[in-house]
Design a protein around this ligand. Sequence first.
Ligand code: GUN
Length: 283
Amino acid sequence: MTAQLIDGNALSKQLRAEVATRAAALTARGVKPGLAVVLVGENPASQVYVRNKVKACEDAGMHSVLEKYADTMTEAELLARVDALNNDPSIHGILVQLPLPKGIDAHKVIEAIAPEKDVDGFHVASAGALMVGQEGFKPCTPYGCMKMLEFIGVDPKGKHAVVIGRSNIVGKPMAMLLLQANATVTVCHSATPDLAHFTRQADIVVAAVGKRNVLTADMVKPGAVVLDVGMNRTEEGKLCGDVDFDGVKEVASWITPVPGGVGPMTITMLLVNTIESAERAAA
Ligand code: GUN
């Protein structure tokens, strides 16, 4: 069996076109949707991510502000900037890029963002809303994974989903979203003694560890759907995920490639959350 590819670029293009239509409609009513992206320090990966986020915003016809600060910025100074953005009516989404430099408490900064502008979905209020099934912003990467399942017509209801990884950004919210969609969910992590025992039972596997070859062909049930959130590099510097793509694609029914799978969906769902926030503010 050779798996079908879940094309994150194609789905992103479709969803971003919908966002652009909504952005144009709001702009025509005098409300231009706005996203503020705050970057502190010189992390090279973060520089690329924020540039891509700002560009995607502009391509969708939304207003974006990129605020870059030196890593000498203090926590108090950053909190003051977040406060100013909370009170800026032209800004509907605030994203503080992580990781933050040493000496700045990321939790404190995220909690300072107004929950109605928390388009990353990282605020405890957003996490809590997800936990209890209330309305709130969903973290972009797991939200994008759910959209991919919908796109390929796979309903998680009644399926066994195994999430590998328990981060606050991906693993935990992913498990919550799958649970909300009526899947039976198992969360595996670094202290899981026999990972393959669980993954072999899975109809849906989401790999979100940040380590190459965490999931190999022998660990996958024939016909499973495999979503790869990993973003790693081979020794030769080639981009790769957490999944042994070449092996697993021979066993799975659907699989996301890296690059071109989950990656573009993260930014797409950020745009979706931002337009949603702007629409709520304009209502
Ligand atoms: N760092 C890595 N991924 C993300 C993300 O989705 N949002 C923010 N704010 N920081 C990140």
